[in-house]
Design a protein around this ligand. Structure first.
Ligand code: M6R
Length: 608
């Protein structure tokens, strides 16, 4: 989604800001721009398309300055073009502003400003902010920003500069992430730490309703009544190489191959073998609450919603607690039954997904305790939940989520273990789970070692137009995830179904042009899936099976077989999803597509 970076210091800000934008490219965008204070006033360059286009515009007409703001835009109001790209300006061109989020009441505000003589040049909601600040400006930029924001409904993360109050950047946040970077004689503002990590590891996360005033030598955080707010400084402990490709053709491939390590990181210090128990330090939930809670709601979007479905099966099977899985976007607008004995588990890689955050806030308002399973440290969900389990998968850059998914399933398995052992599970059963967890990293590695076989299978399906993914039990959500991975990066239409549901409709689609992927490891429902394989083969479908050992019942009924190691039923998804990630990746890469930044998609969806 949109990205912000700003700088105030002694260096030439142009390259620094453009490089910062490049670090945000993975979030998805369709235009970019930069404004600098050039000594006389504000100067801006913008371009539609990739950052290379912005660089070309800057090369054609260079700009220089030590204070500036920059932005990557993902279009919401108005098409992606140079005019709608940020930064936006007031009538006089002295104020320049970048904005993430949506100003919901921009239409009446625009009409009101037009009546008082303001001229608009773009279709965006953002432009009203620049004009509101202009209307309120009386020599002090932060005061004008406070007055302007008082009129605004919606969400924003903004950074503003003004030639009439020239030595500062003013930033403010409501519903869209923003942080300050602290340097030596310089300060930064960014929507994502990746943009500034090259320069500083000391950051201050802004909360909703807060504003920051940055100068070369100081920063101050205050609320929107201008009252100073004391903030802690956080240290970022991951390195830049985590957000570089490290020799892989795409971030997605790198992240798929990182999974032995990333799930190990999710488990580290949390899975206790000898006691068949798990330690989750950040839960902030009493033993009594965990023993007596009567319902768990898990809410999430996209891939995180798929891991939630796996969590539901694990928790109900082992901990015997009722679980409801809800799309966050639906949950927030219905009238759910929530009590003080409800635990609301919120799953999000980014910790910034607008619907998931809103669903969590709604559950909290209704009295539930909230628990975030979040990857991005310091993100809004991680800061607002009552308790949390960080995934520790490291930054995920590819828009298609891969390593976050497997870490989410591991975190859910650890939670299941914790709940089950507190309620009804024996140490022997607990140990069976901890031992199976411990074996997973090496098992994933064996699948990755045969990636070239999967690449060959992908070759045969580069021109496919449709795909069906079928699985049962724990592997039904994996079927959904396999289909999502394929469609989002290869643009091939794909659907996931519970295998037996096929007979109730989708079977009509099956002919020799329909590839069908069965996720059929040797678990409790394996024999049932074999019957479904036969039904597809009998109708001429092209069958790819992900299974866990040689199976005479499948002989002659499948076209391609991909083997995964054996594990316990609840952990199969961590293994069976790996070939599906690779299959989607290789098909998309062979189609020559932009795997890491698929069209129309953003890494973190911070608008509703
Ligand atoms: O950051 P989140 O986990 O909250 O994101 C949720 C979805 O937007 C995300 O999983 C999306 O579906 C991915 N593109 C899937 O690969």
């Amino acid at each position: 989604m949109c990205g912000i970076v700003g700088y105030v210091g002694a260096r030439n800000a142009t390259t620094l800001l453009v490089n910062g934008l490049k670090r945000l490219e993975y979030r998805g965008y369709d235009s970019a721009g930069v404004s600098l204070m050039n000594g006389q006033g504000v100067e801006t360059r913008k371009a539609k398309g990739k950052i290379a286009m912005l660089e070309a515009a800057i090369e054609a007409q260079p700009i220089h300055g030590n204070i500036g703001i920059a932005h990557t835009r993902w279009a919401t109001h108005g098409p992606p073009n140079e005019c709608n790209a940020h930064p936006h300006h007031d009538c006089s061109g002295t104020i320049s502003l970048v904005h993430n989020g949506i100003i919901e009441n921009y239409s009446p505000l625009r009409a009101m400003l037009q009546k008082t003589g303001h001229t608009f040049v773009s279709d965006t909601d953002t432009e009203v902010l620049a004009h509101l600040i202009e209307a309120a400006f009386d020599g002090n930029l932060e005061e004008a920003v406070i007055d302007a924001l008082a009129l605004v409904e919606g969400t924003y993360g903004i950074a503003v500069i003004s030639a009439k109050d020239p030595d500062k950047i003013v930033a403010a946040r409501k519903g869209s992430p923003l942080l300050i970077g602290i340097g030596d004689g310089e300060h930064y503002v960014a929507s994502d730490v990746a943009a500034i990590l090259q320069h500083t590891r000391q950051v201050v996360y802004l909360d909703d309703g807060e504003m920051a005033i940055l100068t070369r030598d100081s920063y101050r955080v205050c609320d929107l009544d201008a009252k100073t707010v004391k903030k802690g400084v956080s240290r970022i402990d991951w390195d830049l190489d985590k957000i570089e490709k490290g020799g892989f053709a795409h971030f997605m491939l790198k992240e798929i191959f990182e999974q032995p390590q990333t799930i190990e990181n999710t488990m580290r210090g949390r899975s206790v073998d000898e006691d068949g128990f798990s330690k989750l330090g950040g839960l902030n939930l009493s033993k009594e609450f965990l023993q007596h809670l009567d319902q768990i709601i898990i809410t999430a979007c996209g891939t995180s919603w798929h891991s939630a479905l796996i969590g539901e099966l694990m928790i109900e099977e082992h901990a015997r607690v009722r679980v409801e899985v809800e799309y966050a976007s639906e949950f927030r607008y219905r009238n759910p039954i929530v009590s003080e004995q409800t635990l609301c588990v919120v799953i999000s890689q980014s910790g910034e997904t607008a619907d998931t955050l809103a669903a969590m806030r709604e559950a909290k308002r209704r009295g539930a305790k909230t628990l975030g399973l979040v990857n991005q440290v310091g993100s809004t969900i991680a800061r607002e939940d009552d308790g949390g389990v960080y995934l520790h998968a490291g930054p995920e850059i590819g828009v298609a989520s891969t390593k976050a998914f497997t870490s989410q399933v591991i975190a859910l398995a650890l939670l299941t273990l914790k709940l089950s052992r507190l309620r009804n599970m024996s140490v022997v059963q607990g140990r069976e789970i901890t031992q199976a967890l411990a074996a997973l990293p090496a098992q994933i590695q064996t699948i990755l070692d045969s990636a070239s076989d999967i690449e060959k299978i992908a070759e045969a399906f580069v021109d496919a137009e449709n795909f069906l993914y079928l699985g049962r039990g724990y592997n039904f959500p994996v079927a959904l995830e396999g289909a999502l991975k394929l469609k989002e990066i290869s643009y091939i239409h794909a659907e996931g179904y519970p295998a037996a549901e096929m007979k109730h409709g989708p079977i009509a689609l099956i002919d020799e042009n329909m590839p069908v992927v069965f996720i059929a490891p040797h678990d409790a429902v394996f024999d049932k899936v074999v019957s479904n394989v036969q039904e597809v083969k009998a109708r001429g479908g092209r069958v790819i099976v992900i299974t866990s050992r040689e199976e005479p019942a499948l002989a002659g009924k499948i076209d391609y077989e991909i083997r995964v190691p054996e594990t316990i039923d609840m952990l199969y998804p961590v293994l069976t999803v790996i070939p599906l990630q690779l299959l989607a990746y290789y098909i998309a890469a062979k189609r020559g597509l932009n795997v890491d930044q698929p069209r129309n998609l953003a890494k973190s969806v911070t608008v509703e």
